[in-house]
Design a protein around this ligand. Sequence first.
Ligand code: SAM
Length: 231
Amino acid sequence: MSDEQQPYMREVRSFVKRSGRMTPSQAKALETQFAQYGLKLEQGLLDLTAVFGREAPLVVEIGFGMGDSLVAMAQAMPEKNFIGIEVHEPGVGRLLNNVALAGLTNVRVFCADAIKVLEQCLPAASIDTLQLFFPDPWPKKKHHKRRIVQPAFAEQLRGHLRVGGIFHMATDWQPYAEHMMEVMTAAPGYRNPLGEGQYAPQPEHRPVTKFQRRGEKLGHGVWDLMFERIS
Ligand SMILES: C[S@@+](CC[C@H](N)C(=O)[O-])C[C@H]1O[C@@H](n2cnc3c(N)ncnc32)[C@H](O)[C@@H]1O
């Protein structure tokens, strides 16, 4: 039965859990590394200083996929703390493996719905940058409600970003880029530092992601959007 047909479905989710096979090393990493780097919804509101053992600017990435770009960013910016959130278990396994291999101490990971992580675990005004790279575009009109960038999401996120913090989006799907621009331009409490309606050039600190490469092979363009919380 599809989600649409389920009579008692209460929430519209931005993801469908993919069945992707887990490699033995990803499964092992989930088993052995999650205790060290993993965070769970049941922990409730986090004390971030205790979680990382230090105070540092926090970067949160929603939907990191296989996580290679998140690991590269965490390696390049040891002065920042990173929390990755992903529901796709093989991706979480791969990230855990790579974090352990690289000996990184500035990365933690949730295997959970990011909406719930924001709601239950991340303190108000705690995030310096929220990264959302190549989120599922949900191209069919009947699925547009599943797109994670919506007015309610912008408002939920605003409470978690510190004033001056940045919501950085990227997509290879032009209609979603336009939707992001429309939603975020209308969202109270944000401004586009590049000027109204302007897309950002891909910043040097953002590595090319797996889905970006896939989009490029299909001939898609790339749109980066930055919005700053101003109030
Ligand atoms: C199209 S993929 C992009 C992956 C990666 N950012 C990249 O660019 O290669 C989108 C990812 O977002 C994840 N995702 C979607 N909604 C999510 C949510 N609410 N919480 C956590 N992960 C989510 C999906 O599982 C999927 O892996």
